[in-house]
Ligand binder design. Sequence first.
Ligand SMILES: NC(=O)c1ccc[n+]([C@@H]2O[C@H](COP(=O)([O-])OP(=O)(O)OC[C@H]3O[C@@H](n4cnc5c(N)ncnc54)[C@H](OP(=O)(O)O)[C@@H]3O)[C@@H](O)[C@H]2O)c1
Length: 255
Amino acid sequence: MELHHNTVLITGGTSGIGYEFAAQLLQLGNTVLVTGRDQAKLDQTKQRLPQVHTFQSDLRDPAAIRELFARVTAQFPSLNLLINNAGELRKLNLQDSEVADITREVDINLAGPIHMVQQFLPHLLRQPTAAIVNVTSGLALTPFPLAPIYGATKAGLRSYTQALRVQLAQTRVQVFELVPPAVDTPMNDRFAGGEDMTSLLTPTKLVAGALRDIQRDKKTMYPGLAGVLRIMSRLAPGLVLKQLSKGLEPALANL
Ligand SMILES: NC(=O)c1ccc[n+]([C@@H]2O[C@H](COP(=O)([O-])OP(=O)(O)OC[C@H]3O[C@@H](n4cnc5c(N)ncnc54)[C@H](OP(=O)(O)O)[C@@H]3O)[C@@H](O)[C@H]2O)c1
């Protein structure tokens, strides 16, 4: 897919990977629209990237998605690229019956993109070229005991993305999946809680590679360690789960 002169909507474009998609897609000559919940973060993004168009919208709320669709398509009828990027991750102890909002990640990471696609697909189908990019995770490839709901949502989003691609195969809407490994973003800052993050992939490098791959029509992208995880999770899924289960007890005790 050509990545010039498109009109792109990025959910969660005010931070981390989504912000970097916005910055690099602007540089390539696209019109870029971003969403987020926090108006202060949207204003900050507008200050840093004056050409960006911001829309406050919460993915958890299907009514807000309907309203977003109406506003975006009225102002930008040429919208042809949807990047379902926004997501949240929590470490959770499933034995803690006090956990509030237990399906929070399901609503944001899985139901959110599904509602977005259902709402925007008829519009995308009418464009001469269009695409949907879903951002899953290396943690879609294996269970992750420390963030069990997050892993389940990303595995679900990956399955949905593959099925969507098959259903849209005879249309002009292409379906891409970006499977990032650990990336140095605010999400990971919160997750690591002060650990050294210098060895992680930067969002700049991740997104530059993903945009190159999309331009080459590479439908599923496994950058960096996600490629290793892909092979290992096929060859030795039990071993991968064992590795990712190490240190679980103390980590849960510290929640
Ligand atoms: N960082 C990693 O290591 C990593 C690895 C694999 C996959 N991923 C995936 O990559 C995507 C981006 O992650 P990131 O690391 O860039 O995260 P981030 O820095 O925390 O950014 C998340 C973005 O999503 C927005 N957002 C969160 N909940 C939302 C909601 N309910 N409605 C609308 N916007 C919402 C946030 O803005 P507001 O808070 O203002 O709403 C923010 O703009 C996520 O899907 C994540 O699962 C990340």
